[in-house]
Design a protein around this ligand. Structure first.
Ligand code: NAD
Length: 265
C-alpha cells in the first residue's frame, strides 16, 4: 500500500534548483538561505559583484548548509526578452533542474509624484514589474515543453494593496505584480507551474534604512504594527519554502502577506 509523503517531506526541496534575483542581501539572501536549508541548490543574479562581501558571505552561508551556489553579477534594469532567455538557460546549467524562480530584486523611488522624473518612473516599473514578467516567461517557456513542474514566487509588498506615501511608481509596480501573479497562475497552473506572491511588511533591510533613520517616522510606523516589531529578513523564510515546495501544490495565484499584521489593521 503506498502512502502519500508526509507534509514535512513535501516541504523538502532536495534535488531542486532555485533562482533568486537580488539574492546577495536583504530578503533575497534570507530566502536563498531558507531554500538551501530545505535542500535546494541556488542560482543568484544580483548587481553586486561576486567578489563583494555580501556575495562572499552568501556563498559561505549556503555552502555551510550543503548547497551549491552559482552566482552571476547582472544589473537587471532594462533586461530584454532575449537576455531573460539567456539568463534562464544559464541558470539551468548542465543539470537542467531549475524549478523555482523567485523574483525578488526590487527598488523604490521615494518622493512626491509631481517631482518624479520619467526615467525614475520607468526604472522602477522596469525592475519591479517588467523584469519579473520577462524572467517568468523565459522560465515557463523552458519548463512547459518538457512538462516540468515549477514554482514562481514574486515579491510584492504592502504597497501591492496600499498606495503608500510618495512611492507612486513602486505602488503601481507592486500592485501590477499581484495582477501578473494571478494572470500567470490562471494560464500556467494546469501545466504544473504555480505562481504566487509574498507581500512583506516593514522588514529590517537596507531597503528600509531611510525609514529607520527617521526616529519619529520609525516610532509611528512601529506603533501601527500589530506584532509590535519590524520584520527580520528571516521572517520571510517559512513563506518562501512553503511556496517553493510540494506542500503548496494547490496554492496558486495568491499572495501570502508576511507583515506582522499590518494590513489587517
Ligand atoms: N524590506 C522591506 O521592508 C520590503 C517590504 C516590502 C517589499 N519588499 C520587497 O522585497 C524585495 C527585496 O527587498 P530588500 O528589502 O531585500 O531590498 P534590499 O535593497 O535590501 O536588497 C535588494 C537586493 O537586490 C539587488 N538589486 C537591486 N537592484 C538590482 C538590479 N538592478 N539588478 C540586480 N540586482 C539588484 C541588490 O543588490 C540587493 O542584493 C524587493 O522586491 C522589495 O520591493 C521589501
Amino acid at each position: 500500500m503506498s502512502s502519500s509523503p508526509s507534509v514535512m517531506d513535501q516541504l523538502r526541496l532536495d534535488g531542486r534548483s532555485a533562482l533568486v534575483t537580488g539574492g546577495a542581501q536583504g530578503l533575497g539572501r534570507a530566502i536563498s538561505v531558507a531554500l538551501a536549508e530545505a535542500g535546494a541548490d541556488l542560482v543568484v543574479l544580483d548587481r553586486l559583484p561576486e567578489s563583494s562581501p555580501e556575495a562572499s558571505a552568501l556563498r559561505t552561508e549556503l555552502e555551510a548548509r550543503g548547497a551549491t551556489l552559482r552566482y552571476r553579477q547582472v544589473d537587471l534594469v532594462s533586461l530584454t526578452s532575449s537576455q531573460a532567455e539567456e539568463l534562464i538557460a544559464w541558470a539551468e546549467g548542465d543539470e537542467g533542474d531549475l524549478s523555482v524562480l523567485v523574483n525578488n530584486a526590487g527598488i523604490v523611488d521615494r518622493g512626491p509624484a509631481v517631482e518624479t522624473s520619467e526615467s525614475d518612473w520607468r526604472r522602477v516599473i522596469d525592475l519591479d514589474l517588467t523584469v519579473p514578467f520577462l524572467l517568468s516567461q523565459a522560465f515557463a517557456r523552458r519548463l512547459m515543453p518538457e512538462n516540468r513542474p515549477g514554482n514562481v514566487i514574486n515579491l510584492g509588498s504592502i504597497n501591492s494593496f496600499q498606495g503608500g506615501i510618495e512611492v507612486a511608481s513602486y505602488a503601481a509596480a507592486k500592485h501590477g505584480l499581484l495582477g501578473l501573479t494571478k494572470a500567470l497562475a490562471n494560464e500556467w497552473t494546469a501545466t504544473g507551474i504555480t505562481v504566487n506572491a509574498i507581500a512583506p511588511g516593514y522588514m529590517r533591510t537596507q531597503f528600509t534604512q531611510a525609514h529607520r533613520a527617521d526616529p519619529e517616522r520609525y516610532a509611528t510606523m512601529s506603533a501601527r504594527i500589530p506584532a509590535e516589531r519590524w520584520g527580520e529578513p528571516t521572517d520571510i523564510a517559512g513563506a518562501a519554502v512553503f511556496l517553493a515546495s510540494r506542500a503548496s501544490a494547490y496554492v496558486t495565484g495568491t499572495t501570502l502577506t508576511v507583515d506582522g499584521g499590518w494590513l489587517g489593521r
